[in-house]
Design a protein around this ligand. Sequence first.
Ligand SMILES: [Zn+2]
Length: 188
Amino acid sequence: MAIRFKLGGYETVAGDPLGRGYVGYFPRMTEDEAWTAGRGVWKASAEKIKRQRFALVVGEGAVRAIAEITGHTEHDTPTGPRIALDGRLLPAGHPVREAYLGRPDPAASGSQNPVGYCDLPEEQPFLLRPCACGCGEKSDRDFLPGHDVRAIQQRVRDRFDGSALKLIQFLDAHPTDGTPATADGGHD
Ligand SMILES: [Zn+2]
């Protein structure tokens, strides 16, 4: 899922927790301006935010900025605790940006709540999942950098007496293209 923040109308503010002079939407704002105005401060669950990868800022019904979330900060305000996101705007060409920037709010519903959540089909390849080496960390690929090599080396130690040659001979004797291995394990 992604989180969506809906900007209100432009207004100047004093004492803003993020040190901004204004919040809200104004026409022709840049992505940077939309992210600055939209990344906080919101009444939202920190636990739920930690599970999101992308944040969309909507103004006047259309998506004005999309960022990858890198963290969040919590702020005490006179009206209660609020959250702001840290993030990086998605670069041109990113499939999530290309699918939604400038387009209608994908989280639009009858709700007046400016904070909403939605599933984006385009985000699926980017969602974090457990590293396949079993280290317990998360990655948006099968393995964290270098962990694929570590996982292979572990198997060489555990199952081939630490011999890469035995692993290679085993693989050569067990083709993965569906053809049966020959009796001597070689080809022709
Ligand atoms: Zn790993």
